[in-house]
Ligand binder design. Sequence first.
Ligand SMILES: CC(C)(COP(=O)(O)OP(=O)(O)OC[C@H]1O[C@@H](n2cnc3c(N)ncnc32)[C@H](O)[C@@H]1OP(=O)(O)O)[C@@H](O)C(=O)NCCC(=O)NCCS
Length: 200
Amino acid sequence: MTASEPLTLEEEYEMQTSWHQDEDKLTFIIMSLPNDSNKCLKNLPDSEIKENIVMVGDVNIFLNDPDNDRTFGEIEVMIAEPDYRRTGRGKEALKIIMGYAMEVIGLKTFQAKISIENEPSVNLFKSQFGFYQVSISHVFEEVVLEWTLLEYAPPTIDEYGNEVESYGSKATTEQRDRVMQVRNDLFNYWKNNVRSSNYL
Ligand SMILES: CC(C)(COP(=O)(O)OP(=O)(O)OC[C@H]1O[C@@H](n2cnc3c(N)ncnc32)[C@H](O)[C@@H]1OP(=O)(O)O)[C@@H](O)C(=O)NCCC(=O)NCCS
Protein backbone atom coordinates (compact mmCIF):
# COMPACT_ATOMS: atom_id res chain seq x y z
CA MET A 1 0.00 0.00 0.00
CA THR A 2 1.31 3.42 -0.86
CA ALA A 3 0.20 6.50 1.04
CA SER A 4 -3.47 7.28 0.34
CA GLU A 5 -6.30 8.81 2.32
CA PRO A 6 -9.46 6.83 3.14
CA LEU A 7 -12.46 7.80 0.96
CA THR A 8 -16.20 7.70 1.50
CA LEU A 9 -18.10 5.28 -0.73
CA GLU A 10 -19.40 8.20 -2.79
CA GLU A 11 -15.88 9.59 -3.27
CA GLU A 12 -14.69 6.09 -4.20
CA TYR A 13 -17.40 5.81 -6.91
CA GLU A 14 -16.50 9.27 -8.26
CA MET A 15 -12.82 8.42 -8.35
CA GLN A 16 -13.41 5.06 -10.04
CA THR A 17 -15.59 6.71 -12.70
CA SER A 18 -12.96 9.32 -13.52
CA TRP A 19 -10.18 6.69 -13.50
CA HIS A 20 -12.22 4.45 -15.79
CA GLN A 21 -12.27 7.24 -18.36
CA ASP A 22 -8.62 8.21 -17.88
CA GLU A 23 -6.22 6.55 -20.33
CA ASP A 24 -3.31 7.03 -17.93
CA LYS A 25 -4.82 4.96 -15.13
CA LEU A 26 -5.54 1.28 -14.85
CA THR A 27 -7.44 0.09 -11.82
CA PHE A 28 -8.75 -3.30 -10.75
CA ILE A 29 -10.99 -3.65 -7.72
CA ILE A 30 -10.14 -6.67 -5.57
CA MET A 31 -13.29 -8.59 -4.71
CA SER A 32 -13.59 -11.66 -2.52
CA LEU A 33 -16.10 -14.00 -0.99
CA PRO A 34 -16.59 -12.92 2.64
CA ASN A 35 -14.30 -14.79 5.03
CA ASP A 36 -17.31 -16.37 6.75
CA SER A 37 -18.90 -17.52 3.48
CA ASN A 38 -19.38 -21.25 3.06
CA LYS A 39 -19.61 -20.86 -0.73
CA CYS A 40 -16.99 -21.70 -3.31
CA LEU A 41 -16.45 -19.18 -6.13
CA LYS A 42 -15.78 -21.87 -8.71
CA ASN A 43 -19.18 -23.46 -8.06
CA LEU A 44 -21.18 -20.23 -8.25
CA PRO A 45 -22.91 -19.44 -11.56
CA ASP A 46 -21.78 -16.11 -13.08
CA SER A 47 -25.18 -14.55 -12.35
CA GLU A 48 -24.72 -15.11 -8.59
CA ILE A 49 -21.09 -14.05 -8.21
CA LYS A 50 -21.75 -10.31 -7.94
CA GLU A 51 -24.21 -10.56 -5.07
CA ASN A 52 -21.94 -12.88 -3.07
CA ILE A 53 -18.69 -10.96 -3.09
CA VAL A 54 -17.36 -7.96 -1.18
CA MET A 55 -14.79 -5.30 -2.07
CA VAL A 56 -11.56 -5.73 -0.10
CA GLY A 57 -9.04 -3.53 -1.88
CA ASP A 58 -7.65 -2.27 -5.16
CA VAL A 59 -4.60 -2.47 -7.36
CA ASN A 60 -3.60 0.38 -9.67
CA ILE A 61 -1.14 1.38 -12.34
CA PHE A 62 -0.52 4.98 -13.34
CA LEU A 63 1.13 5.66 -16.69
CA ASN A 64 2.82 8.77 -15.36
CA ASP A 65 6.33 8.75 -16.76
CA PRO A 66 7.50 12.40 -16.92
CA ASP A 67 8.63 11.92 -20.56
CA ASN A 68 5.44 10.03 -21.42
CA ASP A 69 7.16 6.66 -21.79
CA ARG A 70 4.08 4.47 -22.34
CA THR A 71 5.98 1.33 -21.29
CA PHE A 72 6.33 2.68 -17.72
CA GLY A 73 3.79 2.40 -14.91
CA GLU A 74 3.72 3.30 -11.23
CA ILE A 75 2.06 0.45 -9.40
CA GLU A 76 0.32 0.18 -6.02
CA VAL A 77 -1.82 -2.33 -4.20
CA MET A 78 -3.91 -2.20 -1.07
CA ILE A 79 -5.96 -4.74 0.84
CA ALA A 80 -8.04 -2.24 2.76
CA GLU A 81 -9.81 -4.72 5.01
CA PRO A 82 -7.38 -5.96 7.69
CA ASP A 83 -9.30 -9.25 8.08
CA TYR A 84 -8.54 -10.05 4.45
CA ARG A 85 -4.79 -9.46 4.62
CA ARG A 86 -2.03 -12.07 4.50
CA THR A 87 -4.17 -14.60 2.67
CA GLY A 88 -2.53 -14.27 -0.73
CA ARG A 89 -4.95 -11.71 -2.19
CA GLY A 90 -2.46 -8.83 -2.54
CA LYS A 91 0.06 -11.09 -4.23
CA GLU A 92 -2.50 -12.54 -6.62
CA ALA A 93 -3.82 -9.08 -7.51
CA LEU A 94 -0.29 -7.95 -8.41
CA LYS A 95 0.30 -11.07 -10.50
CA ILE A 96 -2.87 -10.39 -12.48
CA ILE A 97 -2.35 -6.67 -13.06
CA MET A 98 1.34 -7.05 -13.92
CA GLY A 99 0.50 -9.85 -16.37
CA TYR A 100 -2.25 -7.73 -17.90
CA ALA A 101 -0.03 -4.64 -18.08
CA MET A 102 2.80 -6.52 -19.82
CA GLU A 103 0.79 -8.76 -22.12
CA VAL A 104 -2.06 -6.43 -23.08
CA ILE A 105 -0.67 -2.90 -22.72
CA GLY A 106 3.01 -3.60 -23.35
CA LEU A 107 4.46 -2.23 -20.11
CA LYS A 108 8.11 -3.05 -19.44
CA THR A 109 8.91 -1.07 -16.31
CA PHE A 110 7.10 -0.81 -12.98
CA GLN A 111 7.90 1.50 -10.10
CA ALA A 112 6.42 1.37 -6.59
CA LYS A 113 6.68 4.26 -4.11
CA ILE A 114 6.10 2.92 -0.63
CA SER A 115 6.18 4.44 2.84
CA ILE A 116 9.40 3.44 4.63
CA GLU A 117 7.35 2.05 7.51
CA ASN A 118 5.14 -0.12 5.34
CA GLU A 119 7.13 -3.31 5.72
CA PRO A 120 4.33 -5.60 4.44
CA SER A 121 4.23 -3.82 1.05
CA VAL A 122 8.00 -3.45 0.72
CA ASN A 123 8.32 -7.16 1.47
CA LEU A 124 5.61 -8.08 -1.02
CA PHE A 125 7.20 -6.20 -3.90
CA LYS A 126 10.80 -7.11 -3.08
CA SER A 127 10.65 -10.70 -1.90
CA GLN A 128 7.74 -11.96 -3.99
CA PHE A 129 8.31 -10.07 -7.26
CA GLY A 130 11.98 -9.12 -7.32
CA PHE A 131 11.54 -5.34 -7.17
CA TYR A 132 14.77 -3.63 -6.09
CA GLN A 133 15.28 -0.31 -4.35
CA VAL A 134 16.54 2.56 -6.51
CA SER A 135 16.14 5.45 -4.10
CA ILE A 136 14.92 6.57 -0.73
CA SER A 137 13.34 9.92 0.13
CA HIS A 138 13.68 10.95 3.74
CA VAL A 139 11.49 13.98 3.00
CA PHE A 140 8.54 11.90 1.81
CA GLU A 141 9.61 8.96 4.01
CA GLU A 142 9.28 6.56 1.12
CA VAL A 143 11.37 4.12 -0.85
CA VAL A 144 11.24 3.82 -4.61
CA LEU A 145 11.32 0.27 -5.93
CA GLU A 146 11.76 -0.66 -9.58
CA TRP A 147 11.28 -3.66 -11.85
CA THR A 148 12.18 -3.50 -15.53
CA LEU A 149 12.60 -5.71 -18.55
CA LEU A 150 14.72 -3.06 -20.29
CA GLU A 151 18.32 -3.83 -21.18
CA TYR A 152 21.00 -1.70 -19.54
CA ALA A 153 21.45 1.62 -21.36
CA PRO A 154 24.01 4.32 -20.48
CA PRO A 155 22.73 7.67 -19.18
CA THR A 156 21.61 10.27 -21.72
CA ILE A 157 21.99 14.05 -21.53
CA ASP A 158 18.82 16.15 -21.41
CA GLU A 159 18.27 19.59 -22.98
CA TYR A 160 19.73 21.28 -19.87
CA GLY A 161 22.90 19.21 -19.97
CA ASN A 162 21.88 17.00 -17.05
CA GLU A 163 22.62 13.29 -17.00
CA VAL A 164 19.42 11.22 -17.15
CA GLU A 165 19.57 7.61 -16.03
CA SER A 166 17.40 5.09 -17.83
CA TYR A 167 15.17 2.66 -16.00
CA GLY A 168 17.15 -0.39 -14.97
CA SER A 169 20.51 1.35 -14.92
CA LYS A 170 20.85 0.65 -11.19
CA ALA A 171 19.95 -3.02 -11.38
CA THR A 172 22.63 -5.61 -10.67
CA THR A 173 22.99 -8.72 -12.82
CA GLU A 174 21.38 -10.77 -10.05
CA GLN A 175 18.43 -8.39 -9.87
CA ARG A 176 17.96 -8.54 -13.66
CA ASP A 177 18.04 -12.34 -13.58
CA ARG A 178 15.40 -12.37 -10.84
CA VAL A 179 13.18 -9.99 -12.85
CA MET A 180 13.41 -12.28 -15.90
CA GLN A 181 12.54 -15.30 -13.79
CA VAL A 182 9.53 -13.49 -12.27
CA ARG A 183 8.52 -12.29 -15.74
CA ASN A 184 8.43 -15.91 -16.97
CA ASP A 185 6.39 -16.99 -13.93
CA LEU A 186 3.97 -14.10 -14.49
CA PHE A 187 3.62 -14.95 -18.15
CA ASN A 188 2.84 -18.61 -17.35
CA TYR A 189 0.36 -17.56 -14.68
CA TRP A 190 -1.27 -15.18 -17.12
CA LYS A 191 -1.45 -17.79 -19.90
CA ASN A 192 -2.68 -20.66 -17.77
CA ASN A 193 -4.86 -19.02 -15.12
CA VAL A 194 -6.00 -15.58 -16.22
CA ARG A 195 -6.30 -15.18 -19.97
CA SER A 196 -8.75 -18.05 -20.38
CA SER A 197 -10.69 -17.50 -17.15
CA ASN A 198 -13.52 -15.31 -15.95
CA TYR A 199 -11.14 -12.72 -14.51
CA LEU A 200 -11.37 -10.41 -17.52
C1 LIG B 1 0.74 -5.12 1.90
C2 LIG B 1 -0.49 -5.79 1.33
C3 LIG B 1 -0.83 -5.20 -0.04
C4 LIG B 1 -0.18 -7.28 1.13
O1 LIG B 1 -1.32 -7.94 0.66
P1 LIG B 1 -1.84 -9.25 1.46
O2 LIG B 1 -2.95 -9.84 0.68
O3 LIG B 1 -2.12 -8.86 2.87
O4 LIG B 1 -0.55 -10.16 1.46
P2 LIG B 1 -0.30 -11.58 0.80
O5 LIG B 1 -0.98 -12.62 1.62
O6 LIG B 1 -0.60 -11.55 -0.64
O7 LIG B 1 1.26 -11.70 1.09
C5 LIG B 1 2.22 -11.88 0.08
C6 LIG B 1 3.58 -11.54 0.64
O8 LIG B 1 3.65 -10.15 1.03
C7 LIG B 1 4.50 -10.01 2.17
N1 LIG B 1 3.70 -9.62 3.33
C8 LIG B 1 2.35 -9.49 3.39
N2 LIG B 1 1.95 -9.07 4.61
C9 LIG B 1 3.07 -8.97 5.35
C10 LIG B 1 3.32 -8.59 6.69
N3 LIG B 1 2.33 -8.25 7.52
N4 LIG B 1 4.61 -8.57 7.11
C11 LIG B 1 5.61 -8.89 6.31
N5 LIG B 1 5.46 -9.29 5.01
C12 LIG B 1 4.20 -9.31 4.54
C13 LIG B 1 5.10 -11.40 2.41
O9 LIG B 1 6.24 -11.53 1.59
C14 LIG B 1 3.97 -12.29 1.88
O10 LIG B 1 4.41 -13.60 1.53
P3 LIG B 1 4.35 -14.76 2.65
O11 LIG B 1 2.97 -14.72 3.25
O12 LIG B 1 4.62 -16.00 1.85
O13 LIG B 1 5.41 -14.42 3.65
C15 LIG B 1 -1.71 -5.64 2.29
O14 LIG B 1 -1.47 -6.34 3.48
C16 LIG B 1 -2.01 -4.20 2.62
O15 LIG B 1 -2.57 -3.46 1.81
N6 LIG B 1 -1.68 -3.82 3.80
C17 LIG B 1 -1.88 -2.46 4.20
C18 LIG B 1 -0.57 -1.85 4.44
C19 LIG B 1 -0.11 -2.20 5.79
O16 LIG B 1 -0.18 -3.33 6.21
N7 LIG B 1 0.35 -1.23 6.45
C20 LIG B 1 0.83 -1.45 7.77
C21 LIG B 1 2.14 -0.80 7.95
S1 LIG B 1 2.08 0.90 7.51
